[in-house]
Write a protein that binds this ligand. Structure first.
Ligand code: URA
Length: 241
């Protein structure tokens, strides 16, 4: 578990030394093919790739083909987004956990269930058809970090161009920054317990930093403040013209 082996992948142990001895040597082309251009600047490559996207669908396709993020190699699935792209409220989370990595959808584990209940309390749902009642949900990182560690600054920096483009396409009235990673990405700041509850601006639109539902599961007393933040969001939606 400490090494990050949290899932069984077979019933029988495999002696990989024997397999290596028996396997035919790969031909040179197979070895050379998958190596990405290691000389390229990953952030510049991401900016160029994201700029080429013409729609949400093409952004998903382009981002999933991005080869400079090591997390991609350890993940089962590319987790792009869920909910209604017409929504007025867009939630930006941190990164997929185990359940999300399995399902390929953001916020489907315990924290995600709490997130759904929190937003249902102010009349918003990812399944809603009408923009006024809808939610759109994504994460800074589309691939699960090993052992759910925090994404490092370089990983965040290379996803930022994709996140910006994602926000442009969805064009929400309000962005919710769920936890420290989205605050680091969108505001260049950490310290969610200080930032939460205070309106700020991210990607040129109003943004509300909130404590992550995983934090609320561990610290139920903080739900009171999260409720106040939800009411702020509701009030701003009601007041917007
Ligand atoms: N936590 C996140 O920030 N995002 C998810 O998708 C799941 C858990």
């Amino acid at each position: 578990m400490e090494l990050g082996a949290d899932e069984p992948i077979g019933d029988m142990p495999v002696n990989r030394y024997e397999i290596a001895a028996a396997a035919p040597k790969p031909v040179a082309a197979e070895v050379a093919a998958p190596a990405p251009d290691s000389g390229a600047d990953p952030v510049a490559a991401a900016s160029e790739a994201a700029a080429a996207a013409t729609s949400l669908e093409s952004l998903a396709e382009i981002q999933s083909a991005y080869e400079h993020c090591e997390l991609k190699r350890g993940a089962r699935n590319f987790v792009f987004a869920d909910g209604n792209p017409e929504a007025r409220v867009m939630i930006l989370g941190e990164a997929p956990g185990r359940d999300e990595d399995r399902e390929g959808r953001p916020f489907v584990g315990r924290a995600g269930q709490l997130l759904d209940r929190m937003f249902a309390a102010i009349g918003l749902a990812r399944t809603a058809h009408h923009a006024d009642e809808a939610l759109y949900i994504t994460n800074v990182m589309p691939w699960r970090p090993p052992q759910n560690r925090d994404p490092d600054p370089a990983e965040i920096a290379m996803m930022l161009p994709f996140v910006k483009r994602h926000v442009e396409f969805v064009n929400p009235d309000i962005l919710v920054l769920m936890g420290n990673t989205p605050c680091a990405a969108a505001l260049g700041k950490r310290g969610i317990l200080r930032l939460r509850g205070n309106w700020t601006e991210a990607f040129g639109r109003p943004a509300m930093p909130m404590t992550h539902p995983a934090y609320l599961l561990r610290n139920p007393a903080a739900k009171r403040e999260a409720w106040a933040d939800l009411l702020e969001i509701k009030a701003r939606l009601g007041g917007a013209t």
